[in-house]
Design a protein. Sequence first.
Length: 408
Amino acid sequence: MTVESTAARKPRRSAGTKSAASASTTGTKSAASKRTGAAAKKSPGATGGEPELVQLLTPEGERVQDATYDPYVADITSEELRGLYRDMVLSRRFDAEATSLQRQGELGLWASMLGQEAAQIGSGRATRDDDYVFPTYREHGVAWCRGVDPTNLLGMFRGVNNGGWDPNSNNFHLYTIVIGSQTLHATGYAMGVAKDGADSAVIAYFGDGASSQGDVLEAFNFGAVYNAPVVFFCQNNQWAISEPTERQMRVPLYQRAQGFGFPGVRVDGNDVLASLAVTRWALERARSGEGPTLVEAFTYRMGAHTTSDDPTKYRADEEREAWEAKDPILRLRTYLEAANHADEAFFAELEAESETLGKRVRDAVRAMPDPDSLAIFEHAYADGHALVDEERAQFAAYQASFVDEGGN
C-alpha cells in the first residue's frame, strides 16, 4: 500500500463537501461573530439547525480565516505544516499495516483510526511534553505524536504485552478498553496537577459512543466543580459501533458542556490546522486556571469499528463516499501544493519513508512470540484459587488435544 493510494488520491466531489461553518463555543462569545472569512452555514438538525464548526482549511484545501483561532496557528512554518502532513501519512500507513496484519492472523483485533488522522495529529501536536494524555484504544496518531513506538501498540493487540510502554516516559497512559473510564482517571490526575501547582494540563480522549457513559458525565462534573486543568477531547466519528449519534443524543455533543458549566466547541475534525488551533486554545485555558473544555472533533470513521465489525451492515456507501471527499490528508496536501509549502521531492521522500515504516512494522510483528494463552489465568486473585487452578488445567488439556503425535 502506497501513500498515493491511501492519502493523495483525488476525491469524488459530492453535495456534502461544502465549506463548514465557523467557530462556536458554549459559555463564551460566539466566534462566528468575529469571522473574517467564509460565512457560517447551517443545515437542519434535531435542534433546529446544525451547530457551527471551527474550520481553517476547507475540504477543497482552501485556507479560511477565523479571528478567534487564527492566532493559535499564526506562527506555523512551512516545515511544521510538512510535519503535520508527514504525521498523518505515516500514522495512516501504520494503521493500514495493522489492519492487514490482523487479517493475516498476526493480531487478535485492531481498531482502525482511518479518517480521523487530522483530529488526532492536530490535537496531539498541540500538547506539551509535560502535559499528560489519557487515550482510549484508537488514538494511534496521538501515540505517534507522543513518541510511543508503533510496534508497542501492536504487541498489545497481539496479546504479548499489556501496553508495552511506560506511561510516565511519554506522559501517555496505556490504552483503556473499558469505555469512558479514562476520563475519570484524567480528571483525577488533573485535580492532582492543580493541587501540585504544576504548569501543565491533561487531555482525555474518547468517542461519541463513550459520551453516553456515566463515567464521562461524572468526569465532566468533577472537572467543572474542581476547575481541573483537563481538556475532554471527543472524536465524534458519528458511529458508536452501529449506532448513529442521533440515537444517543438530542443536542449537539459539544453543547453538553454547558450543563456542567464549562465551554464546549465543535471543530472540523478533518481539518488538522483547526484541530491544532482549538486544542492549543483549550490547553491554554486549562494551564491558566480556567478549568475544563469539551472539544468535539466532528469527523468520520471511514473503516470498521474494529476488524470484527462489518460497517456495510449499517452504513450506506454514499455516506462514506461523501466523507472520502473530505479526506484530511488530501485536504492538507492540496493546501501545501497550492501555497508552495512542499514540492514533489518532499512527497517522494515521504513515500519512501512510508514504505520503510510499513516493512518495519510487518517485520516487528512477525518476530513477536505467540501470546501465552494460559496467562489469562494469572493475577485473577492476589493469592491462589482452587477454581482458577482447575480452569487453567482444563484449558491446558483442551489446547493439548489439538496437538497430534508429531507435535504439530
